[in-house]
Design a binder for this molecule. Structure first.
Ligand code: TRP
Length: 350
């Protein structure tokens, strides 16, 4: 089924079941720009240039999320590993959804290899470039860790085929869960839970609700990197679909939607204009002030986190925060309950 090929010696193995081809981009653009209000899906951000811009965002003074979460891992990794292993002190393997550069993960893996002899790290990402980056990063600092990269989208259809021995610790950090609408977030966590076994653990990173000023600044920095990141979608479409978006005819806008508890990112049209998208043979009219909605970033309270986890078949065990409670990392356990029994568990029980 899944072909496993060793790509280079920084990765022990990599599995590549899918690719986001040009047709997926074309379909997404046709759907999003035909919708009212217009939108573009946020996975379009992460081409090579977009991934580099996002990495630059994580180093901005205004973008507190990455530095706060990094600090939480630095301070509490040993405690997190001990709590995840539980009383049985079982050996842990780490699977990470959306690995990125894995710089925070290295902190956690270092605490892991301090307590057990063998460690396997399974980074999963849609971007093969990100996987190489993550794997090199881990291998350079922790050469004994076995890296089994999986290039994949995270979808309900996808089986992770995780190791069956020992206990899994799943990582979903960086508040990526906040980029899903609440119902979709639960669906994603339910899928993750179905790939894990009772007793396995999850470390979930969430950005917390806070005052509006730091929130808006985090998504509209003074140097304009976030604006470039948002507009990079248009550059990508111009290149890949032969569209003619004029970058200076759009404005990056980040707003705090308090009632939905989310930051919203938009590209607002500065004038009435018609944009041509050659690859799908379509033109789209935009009015002055009309927005293309590109991203939501939900912000959480402790109660919302607990509720989301419960709905997904996890029980929240412990949370760690920075001193201001701006960012949280939560340890949750896969529960073994009949009400949450999935197909795999039913098969195993039969
Ligand atoms: N996942 C990131 C977040 O929600 C993505 C992000 C950061 C982003 N800055 C952005 C998306 C600006 C769109 C625009 O925090």
């Amino acid at each position: 089924m899944n072909a496993t090929t060793a790509l280079d010696n920084s990765i022990d193995s990599v599995t590549t079941p899918i690719a986001n081809g040009a047709s997926a981009v074309a379909r997404a653009v046709l759907e999003g720009l035909s919708a009212k209000p217009k939108f573009l899906p946020s996975w379009l951000f992460y081409d090579a240039a977009g991934s580099r811009l996002f990495e630059a965002i994580t180093q901005l003074p205004e973008y507190y999320l990455t530095s706060r979460e990094h600090a939480i891992f630095t301070k509490h990794s040993a405690e997190m590993i001990a709590a995840a292993a539980g009383l049985g002190k079982q050996e842990l393997s780490v699977v990470e959804l959306g690995a990125g550069s894995a710089s925070k993960t290295v902190v956690l893996l270092r605490a892991l290899v301090a307590t057990q002899r063998h460690a396997t790290y399974i980074p999963i990402d849609v971007s093969e470039a990100a996987l190489h980056w993550a794997s090199k990063n881990v291998r350079a600092t922790l050469p004994t860790v076995v890296v089994q990269a999986v290039c994949s989208e995270i979808t309900r259809e996808q089986l992770l085929n995780l190791p069956q021995d020992g206990r899994m610790l799943a990582l979903y950090i960086g508040s990526s869960i906040g980029n899903f609408d609440p119902a979709d977030a639960v669906e994603l966590l339910l899928w993750l839970r179905s790939q894990l076994r009772p007793g396995d653990a999850l470390l979930l990173g969430t950005d917390m609700v806070k005052a509006k000023t730091p929130l808006v600044a985090a998504y509209n920095d003074g140097a304009g990197v976030t604006a470039d990141f948002n507009k990079n979608i248009l550059t990508r479409l111009n290149r890949e679909l032969g569209s003619n978006f004029a970058l200076d005819a759009f404005e990056h806008r980040a707003v705090w939607n308090a009632s939905a508890s989310r930051m919203e990112m938009h590209l607002d049209s500065k004038r009435n204009q018609i944009v041509r998208v050659e690859a799908i043979d379509r033109s789209f009219a935009l009015k002055r002030g009309e927005s293309i909605h590109t991203e939501n970033s939900y912000k959480f309270t402790a109660e919302i986190v607990e509720d989301m986890l419960l709905k997904s078949g996890f029980v929240l065990e412990q949370s760690w925060y920075d001193d201001d409670r701006w960012f949280g990392v939560h340890l949750a356990r896969v529960v073994d309950s009949d009400s949450m029994m999935d197909d795999d568990a039913e098969e195993a029980a039969a």
